[in-house]
Each structure stands twice: as structure tokens, then as C-alpha cells.
Write a protein that binds this ligand. Structure first.
Ligand code: F6R
Length: 256
């Protein structure tokens, strides 16, 4: 059973939901997304990639197949993409989104936006991506994961809350963590296009999903330390509608 928790330590307006395990946390987030789409069929979703949201996407596909939700009027914007990988590269985030979610639901492919890793001018593509988000009316519901180093999207430590969609360099620790998806660490791109923290903070609602002991410290520092550029997810405290959905392992360092 999920137990909503409230935080006692650092003043943070985030809601925290602690679930028994990753399966329950993933289902909780899927239910929240499906409910949001049903409440507003033309919703603009912000989506994340990585190991964490795969079960959530599988749950959403299951709900779509069961007739519980439709995506034909939904628009989506992904957080980030590796520079140098085109959308057909199996480790690109576009490829991930197609195979985990978009290919299995009725979303209009023209309404799915992922930064283009193959763009000839990534810096101007990043500016254009911001304009596309604005033209869609902004993001209603943003799904986030969190890096072991506290990053959100590819906003690595040192990122300020004013940052916008831009080209960034990945830290050695992120490159090393993401090497598990590639044949070798040398194949992991060193740069990416990412939504900025300022871009993320403009979403109307934010859901952060974190599972596993490996995320416990980043989650604790985000929620229970004063916001700082050392832990980019800590800037979420500036947002009025953030929910952290955690399994017991990711919540294990919190003083609740
Ligand atoms: C993915 C993203 C990243 C991941 C984070 C956690 O689009 O922006 O910030 O959310 O690196 O990744 P996993 O889920 O693989 O642990």
C-alpha cells in the first residue's frame, strides 16, 4: 500500500509518496499520468527516459490496450537527447521512446517531440525546442527521474534554476552510469541537448519517480537540504506542485 508522507526537515512543499517497491511506485505514477490525460485529453506531457520509467511506460501501454486511456490529442516533449545519435540509433532517447511507449499507443507521431541528436546546429535546435514548447502552450505534467548525482534531465551539478534548453557536457559519473546501455564507455556521447531547470520549473505539475537504494542520497539531499546547484533536483523546491514518488529504498535516507 502506498503511504503518503509529509516531510519534517527542510521546508519543502513537495508531496512525497512512498510505495512498497519499484513495481508499486511505477504503477502509482502510471495511474497519475493516465488520470491526467483523461482529465485533459489535449494535455502536454513532459517525458523522461532511463531505466526508471520503463515499467511506468509498460503500465501505460497496458492501460491503453485495456481501453482506459487514449493519446490521440496528447502532445509530448522529452527532456533530453544525446548529441550525435540520430533517432534510429538504438541508444538514442527517441528510439527508447518509440520502443517503450509511442509505437504502442495512439499518439500522433507529429506531436511527439524529442530533441534531435543529429541536428546540424544543436545550439539553435535547443532554442527552437523551447519555442516549440511555448507554441504548444507549455508543459502541463512533467515526469522526471533523478541521477545518482542529483541531476534532472541532463542538468548536471552546477546547473542554475535559470537554465533553459541548451547543449551541455555530461559529467564523467553520468557517462559511466549510462555506459550500461552501450557496448563500452567510449561509445557514450559526451554532450547532450537538455531542457533547462528553468524550462522544467515552468511545467504546471512535476512528478519525480525514483527507485532503488542508489537514489536514496540524491533524494534526501533534494528534499532535505537547502536548494543549491550541487544537487540540481533541489531546485524543485521552488515549484508549487511537485510530487516525489519513491519506493522504500529510494526513501530510506529521508527523515519522515
Ligand atoms: C532521462 C533523464 C535523466 C534520468 C536519470 C536517471 O531522460 O533526463 O535525468 O532521469 O539519469 O536515470 P535512470 O532512470 O536510468 O536511473
Amino acid at each position: 500500500m502506498n503511504k503518503p508522507a509529509s516531510l519534517s526537515a527542510h521546508a519543502h512543499s513537495a508531496k512525497v509518496i512512498v510505495c512498497r517497491d519499484a513495481t508499486a511506485a511505477s504503477r502509482t505514477v502510471a495511474n497519475m499520468i493516465v488520470a491526467a490525460v483523461n482529465a485533459k485529453p489535449s494535455i502536454v506531457l513532459g517525458l523522461a527516459t532511463g531505466g526508471t520509467p520503463t515499467a511506468t511506460y509498460a503500465n501505460i501501454v497496458e492501460d491503453f490496450r485495456a481501453g482506459k486511456v487514449q493519446f490521440k490529442d496528447v502532445t509530448s516533449f522529452n527532456l533530453d537527447e544525446y548529441i550525435g545519435l540520430s533517432g534510429t540509433h538504438p541508444q538514442s532517447f527517441r528510439y527508447f521512446m518509440q520502443s517503450e511507449l509511442f509505437d504502442h499507443i495512439d499518439i500522433d507521431p507529429n506531436n511527439t517531440f524529442v530533441p534531435e541528436g543529429g541536428a546540424s546546429d544543436p545550439a539553435s535546435h535547443a532554442i527552437q525546442y523551447e519555442a516549440q514548447i511555448a507554441a504548444a502552450g507549455g508543459i502541463d505534467l512533467q515526469l522526471l527521474g533523478i541521477g545518482h548525482n542529483g541531476h534532472i534531465a541532463f542538468n548536471e551539478p552546477g546547473s542554475l534554476p535559470s537554465t533553459r534548453t541548451r547543449v551541455v557536457e555530461l559529467t564523467p559519473s553520468t557517462i559511466e552510469k549510462n555506459a550500461r546501455f552501450f557496448a563500452s564507455v567510449d561509445e557514450v556521447p559526451k554532450t547532450a541537448i537538455t531542457m533547462g531547470i528553468g524550462t522544467i520549473l515552468e511545467a504546471k505539475q512535476i512528478l519525480l519517480l525514483a527507485t532503488g537504494k542508489g537514489k536514496a542520497e540524491a533524494v534526501r539531499r533534494s528534499l532535505q537540504e537547502a536548494a543549491s546547484e550541487e544537487v540540481p533536483a533541489s531546485w524543485l523546491e521552488q515549484h508549487p506542485d511537485v510530487t516525489f514518488v519513491l519506493d522504500e529504498d529510494a526513501a530510506s535516507e529521508l527523515s519522515l
